[in-house]
Design a protein around this ligand. Structure first.
Ligand SMILES: [Zn+2]
Length: 415
């Protein structure tokens, strides 16, 4: 049995303060993507705390328990180019950045956490020089083989200095979801400062906490996502670290994300009104108060109790329940809502990478979608609930055959 080391930090990831308050205690889980093979079923998987803390000083919301990132990301299976909506998203992303900042052809773009190079391919198609950095060795090698030079490494100030020496300064540095995944955000910004040209722009996307609260996306909270970002704490964070956040916008990726743009302090980019606008939105939603998150925790627990009562009733009638979709976030949902193998007989998922494996912790088996028609469960809980509409559309035959879909969130529904 491999152990995954976990440590708890004592200070806020953004401001370094220590006035941290527990606002949401989710049920501990194994790492959300730690699916296991049949050979490993005998070993019980360790669960780690999933406690969400609010910093009274800068209002940053975060996990303090950090599971060793090497274990989480070295064998990462998520590949962005496999999803056509991501390819489209990244093309629009590159077009928007190029349109706004008008870099010269052949200027350098560096993407931190570049995955399979989908975003960089879009920049390269516009004539720019591109370089990826990603710690997932297999994915980095494949990207390089596909023509997107990718360094298999974590991004550090030392690596940034190395890149600047070998490739020159970067006009654009991008980082998508890295700001949610990394523990040492100041270290990343230190590296970005070393790498950026004087007029360079750092563009990042992160899941936006305002959307998490508004849309009940509590299951996006898992160990890979250490930080849940708002504009206001980030403004202060960049200021403290020699940069300025000058523009922000809401974008639709991952159920609602924030795209931020920052430059070196004293650089040529003036702040536009978008930063102040989003800070006003956050204040109106009360996202600068611990109570708001405690209320959110209460709403989530109520949804969990309702779902638990529903499934208990179904089981009491002797009926069967399957799960639809095994995304990482299903690990949080199933653990916090107490949906184990006694409730969910099996899960179907379209990804061949997950079929034949067993879910983290509960060890519910994952089958291809046709299991829905062979095993004919009475109900299927849509765990990939953000895709509930297209899933129900595609599997109308399941309903026609007498099956019912349960959509657990954002509101509990039966179809
Ligand atoms: Zn703080």
């Amino acid at each position: 049995m491999k152990t995954v080391p976990c440590r708890r930090r004592e200070t806020c990831r953004l401001c370094g303060g220590s006035d941290l308050h527990l606002v949401l205690a989710l049920t501990p889980t194994p790492p959300a993507n730690a699916f296991v093979g049949a050979d490993d079923l005998a070993a019980e998987q360790a669960c780690y705390p999933l406690d969400v803390f609010f910093c009274k000083s800068c209002h940053h919301v975060q996990l303090l328990d950090v599971v060793d990132p090497g274990k989480l990301f070295e064998n990462y299976v998520y590949v962005s180019g496999t999803s056509s909506s991501f390819v489209r998203h990244f093309k629009n992303y590159a077009d928007a950045v190029i349109g706004r900042f008008q870099p010269d052809a052949e200027n350098l773009v560096v993407d931190i956490g570049s995955n399979d190079g989908t975003l960089l391919a879009a920049f390269r198609a516009r004539g720019m020089t591109v370089l990826g950095v990603d710690p997932a060795r297999d994915i980095a090698e494949k990207a390089t083989a596909n023509g997107i030079e990718t360094m298999p490494a974590f991004f550090t100030p030392e690596l940034a200095a190395e890149i600047r020496q070998s490739h020159g300064p970067a006009r654009i540095v991008t980082a998508n979801n890295v700001f949610a995944h990394a523990d040492d955000l100041a270290g990343i910004v230190d590296g970005v400062k070393i790498l950026l040209a004087d007029n360079g722009v750092f563009v990042f996307e992160v899941s936006y906490l305002a959307d998490v609260i508004e849309k009940n996306l509590f299951d996006t909270i898992y160990h890979e996502h250490l930080a849940y970002h708002l504009v206001k704490p980030l403004v202060r964070f960049f200021e403290d670290n020699g940069m300025q956040l000058f523009s922000t916008e809401r974008v639709p990726s991952h159920g609602g994300s924030l795209r931020g743009m920052a430059g070196l302090s004293g650089g040529p980019h003036d702040a536009d009104g978008s930063v102040a606008d989003l800070i006003r939105v956050e204040e109106r939603m009360g996202l600068d108060k611990a109570e708001t998150y405690r209320d959110f925790a209460g709403r989530i627990d109520k949804l969990g109790q309702d779902l638990k009562a529903l499934t208990a009733g179904i089981k009491a009638e002797g009926k069967s329940i399957a799960g639809f979709g095994a995304p990482a976030k299903a690990t949080t949902l199933m653990h916090h809502f107490g949906l184990g193998p006694e409730t969910v007989d099996f899960i179907v998922d379209d990804s061949p990478l997950k079929q034949g494996l067993f879910t983290p912790g509960h060890h519910v088996p994952v089958f291809p979608a046709d299991a829905l028609y062979q095993r004919k469960p009475d109900y299927a809980i849509i765990l990939a609930w953000n895709f509930a509409e297209p899933i129900m559309e595609k599997h109308r035959a399941f309903q026609d055959g007498g099956g019912r879909f349960i959509v657990p969130l954002p509101n509990l529904e039966i179809h």
